[in-house]
Design a protein around this ligand. Structure first.
Ligand code: SF4
Length: 250
């Protein structure tokens, strides 16, 4: 196996708390760094790569140990292989997450074929780097991509990037996730739906109510219902909050 390395934050086993795979057990491989700066970002290790990456020894038991960054593919693969051999069948898939994992597209072209021999690959991405996604398509099983609304995320408008990304992602099983809060405007939901429908109206849209640092939800029940109604041009629109937070999962 090659010595390809990438800066990682952590690798652990937990329950997927967001999107259409909610509730399923996954291995999470979190890459460091991101090309965006969302106002609601709650992910550790995004502004500065940690000197060391946390690897869980036993799946789900939080018995972490540290290895220096950047971490090699061989190290990650041997850990996940020990889990799939020692605890066969407990994991649905491997979540490639961040930060923004597509910042490491070159490494992922080597990593994904090797890791996919162990578990199906699910990519969690902010949906802004279509050029990095394209060569990885053959090595992916499913994709969850964000559309960052200017209101809730504080990001500049990214519509063209998201549209180009979705065109590529639609070659695989993909869903779109949009974080919403009380400041979310009707036109943002309508524009998101138009974009999705222009690619494939059967692509699921997940409206994810924003969770505030104190654990409360940043959008009223009524406004959530209104936003779901606005998205009715799509075949599948689900409202799913971040369930891992109130379960006490990582
Ligand atoms: S895309 Fe995700 S990781 Fe990056 S800044 Fe936004 S919330 Fe944080």
């Amino acid at each position: 196996m090659s010595d390809s390395r990438a800066p990682l934050v952590e690798c652990f086993s937990s329950i997927q708390g967001e999107g259409v795979l909610v509730g399923l057990r996954q291995v999470f491989l979190r890459f460091s760094g991101c090309n965006l700066n969302c106002s609601f970002c709650d992910t550790p290790g995004m502004t500065q790569t940690p000197d060391e990456c946390l690897l869980e020894l036993t799946p789900g038991r939080r018995d972490f140990f540290k290895v220096p960054n950047p971490v090699s593919l061989a190290r990650v693969a041997s850990l996940i292989e020990s889990w799939t051999a020692g605890w066969p069948g407990i994991h649905h898939s491997l979540s490639i997450t961040g930060g923004e994992p597509l910042l490491y597209g070159t490494q992922l072209q080597e990593w994904l074929p090797a890791l996919r021999k162990l578990l199906p690959i699910y990519l969690e991405t902010n949906g802004t780097l279509p050029e990095a996604l394209a060569p990885l398509i053959p090595h992916l099983d499913s994709i969850g991509m964000d559309i960052k609304l200017p209101s809730a995320s504080g990001c500049a408008e990214l519509w063209d990037r998201h549209h180009a990304f979705l065109e590529v992602a639609a070659m695989k099983d993909v869903f779109v996730k949009v974080v919403v809060d009380q400041s979310t405007e009707n036109w943002e939901i309508l524009r998101s739906c138009e974009m999705i429908a222009s690619v494939d109206s059967s692509i699921a849209l997940i409206l994810q109510p924003m969770t505030l640092p104190n654990g409360s939800i940043a959008i009223s029940a009524l406004r959530t219902l209104e936003l779901q109604e606005l998205a009715s041009a799509l075949k599948e629109v689900r409202v799913i909050p971040q369930t891992h937070k109130f379960m006490g999962q990582l």
